[in-house]
Design a binder for this molecule. Structure first.
Ligand code: RIB
Ligand code: CA
Length: 322
């Protein structure tokens, strides 16, 4: 079993990723889930993941509330991409699942300290919580096996509008790295292994109408999942000429499955530099992100290898909870 802590901003695609993770209870030993601002404020993010866990019958997984603002600079609540509540207006049944009293940082610190093997940290929102751990607890670095995040963009497509567009939130920046652009820079300089699943891989396929129909045929949970991801469709069509919405966050779980030889979804990660067109002075407002440190141990994934296998694996996960 792979021990993991999952940190996300709990928009619709974060909930897809968590569903995929929980569909593999024999693979992922989920120590807990932590929340961060991003798509919505941290309280709404916390409610979203509690609702999902209750719906999936996994109230046993503890949830901890994390940062509600970036390490430095402006707090930019949601880009409205995922619509009302961050989940495209989907309503989950009333439930009693609540976050624990302990905050996310204290939980991660205690879990790392007590772990008898290094833990993988998964991030699908702004990297604020993860960067605070890395910055403030250097003695715990050896207890982190790897950090795997969805963030950044290099050459997403297929038809960016305008043609030089890279990012989904500004023309230069991807949303998660834009929301707290200091956080990824802290993590890359730490030397901890960091794998970055860029928006590129998720924009190499769309959730087309045919795929939507396949998921809807699963029943009400399939319908809810499609509603959550469809919220971003108009943006992905307008900004990138896609033939449906992109589905970003499950890529982190798919990548971990691939690392464990449980599928082959992406081409190999590259140990490459990563930059946007902005200068360092513009980091704060433009979300630029530059890997140029000698201690760089960052791996960047930019290409899918088998899109039908990605869709089939997501389908199996959703169906397993129907
Ligand atoms: O750019 C896509 C990312 O921004 C996803 O993680 C989405 O949930 C939002 O946080
Ligand atoms: Ca997210």
């Amino acid at each position: 079993m792979l021990p993991v802590i999952y940190d996300g901003d709990m928009g619709g695609d974060d909930l897809w990723a968590i569903t995929l993770m929980l569909a593999h209870p024999d693979v992922f030993d989920v120590k807990g889930i932590t929340t961060v601002f991003g798509n919505v404020d941290v309280n709404q993010a916390t409610k979203n993941v509690c609702d999902l866990l209750a719906y999936l019958g996994r109230e046993d997984i503890p949830v901890y509330v994390g940062a509600d603002a970036p390490i430095q600079g402006r707090r930019m609540f949601g880009d409205d991409a995922y619509g009302e509540g961050g989940v495209g207006g989907v309503f989950f049944p009333e439930n009693n699942k609540k976050a624990e009293d302990k905050n996310a940082i204290d939980f991660i610190v205690q879990t790392l300290k007590e772990a008898n093997e290094p833990i993988t940290l998964i991030g699908t929102g702004p990297m604020t919580n993860l960067a605070l751990i890395v910055r403030d607890y250097p003695e715990l670095h050896s207890q982190i096996k790897e950090i795997v995040v969805m963030g950044g963009a290099i050459k997403p497509g297929p038809h960016p509008v305008p043609p030089h567009r890279i990012g989904n939130i500004t023309e230069a920046a991807e949303f998660n790295f834009f929301q707290d652009s200091f956080a990824p820079n802290i993590v890359t300089k730490s030397g901890i292994k960091l794998t970055i699943m860029t928006a590129d891989v998720n924009q190499q396929y769309a959730i087309t109408d045919d795929i939507k129909t396949r998921f809807r045929d699963i029943g009400s949970f399939g319908e809810m999942m499609i509603q959550m991801t469809s919220a971003v469709e108009h943006l992905d069509r307008e900004k990138f000429g896609m033939d449906g919405p992109a589905l970003h966050d499950p890529c982190v779980i798919l990548y971990l499955l691939q690392q464990l030889n449980l599928g082959h979804f992406y081409k190999s990660a590259k140990n490459q530099g990563f930059s946007t067109t902005q200068t360092p002075e513009e980091w704060e407002t433009n979300g630029a992100f530059i890997l140029n440190d000698n201690k760089m141990n960052s791996w960047v994934v930019t290409e899918t290898a088998d899109i039908p296998a990605i869709i089939d694996t997501l389908y199996a996960a959703v169906k397993s909870f129907a």
